[in-house]
Design a protein around this ligand. Structure first.
Ligand SMILES: C[S@@+](CC[C@H](N)C(=O)[O-])C[C@H]1O[C@@H](n2cnc3c(N)ncnc32)[C@H](O)[C@@H]1O
Length: 284
């Protein structure tokens, strides 16, 4: 598996078991039933709580998958998601000293990459509405003791109602988040609002291909690889949701149109990962 040099800390599953406490969340234990996997969530978590108004069952879903989310990403993409995330961060235009936002940050992959880009004189905010995902992110940050990644703050909040003033950020990233929010237009409007003039948003997600062949390959992989593997982790229903969310997602052209509609001055969608993934880059 491809692993960028010096980034093995990103793999929480390589952390010794003793670093974890057993999960107290009864719901997750019930969900996993007899699955052999030992579920655990980090005990230490540091993030700012903000009331989330638009929560729905998706919030619970992401909480349930949090303990295995990173392992599954590596397994299902054969480590390729790390390359796509690096591309997304690069396209965001984030640079040293910038104040940047990672929306729907989950366990923090993109926020950690942004932290390297903006370096210690910059600031990264990672926002997500799942406490469990933020716990993972905060725990991974705490594992690094050499002073890196201290410029990241985690905020529990809603991407549809961002707790930041207008024009706060030099760049925004969003990895696999837009497809999951209930109101995509509102999420894009919020990104536009909190972004500084001339700055960019970089939105990485599955590509809803308009080419029948590519769409068929994607569907085959979901049916024959992703869902069966997730079923092994006891998360069949959760990953079935992935299929329907891609089906209901916007195509690259529709994403570009949406970005222009909410006010971005330019928008371009790039197909990556052989067309399985896509990245929208829009400039305010
Ligand atoms: C598929 S995960 C992606 C996590 C991470 N960005 C990555 O690329 O690995 C989607 C994340 O979006 C978050 N999310 C979905 N809707 C949200 C909303 N309205 N506000 C904040 N976070 C949201 C979920 O909690 C989840 O952590």
């Amino acid at each position: 598996m491809w692993m960028p040099e010096g980034h093995d800390w990103i793999y929480p599953h390589l952390v010794p078991e003793s670093e974890f406490v057993c999960l107290s969340n009864q719901k997750i234990q019930r969900l996993m039933g007899t699955a052999s996997l030992q579920l655990s969530l980090p005990s230490a978590c540091r993030f700012r709580h903000r009331p989330v108004r638009c929560a729905d069952q998706r919030q619970a879903l992401f909480g349930r998958i949090a303990p295995v989310y990173d392992n599954l990403n590596d397994l299902l993409s054969l480590g390729q998601h790390r390359i796509w995330k690096r591309m997304a961060v690069s396209w965001s235009g984030a640079k040293m000293g910038d104040c940047v936002l990672d929306l729907c940050c989950g366990s923090g992959d993109l926020a950690f990459l942004l932290s390297e880009k903006v370096s210690s004189n910059g600031k990264v905010t990672g926002l997500d509405f799942s406490k469990e995902q933020l716990s993972m992110a905060s725990h991974r940050q705490n594992l690094v003791t050499n002073g890196c990644y201290k410029n990241i703050e985690w905020i529990e909040g809603d991407a549809l109602d961002l707790p930041f003033p207008d024009g706060s950020f030099d760049a925004i990233t969003m990895g696999y988040g837009l497809r999951n929010v209930v109101d995509k237009q509102r999420a894009m409007k919020e990104m536009f609002r909190v972004l500084k003039r001339g700055s960019r948003v970089s939105v990485l997600d599955f590509n809803k291909s308009t080419q029948p062949f590519m769409a068929a390959i994607q569907e085959w992989m979901l049916d024959n690889v992703v869902v069966p593997v997730a079923t092994g982790y006891g998360l069949a229903k959760e990953y079935e949701y992935l299929k329907s969310s891609i089906r209901e997602f916007l195509t690259g052209k529709e994403l570009e149109k949406l970005a222009l509609q909410v006010g971005f001055s330019s928008a371009r969608h790039y197909e990556i990962g052989g067309g399985i993934m896509g990245n929208l880059v829009a400039q305010r």
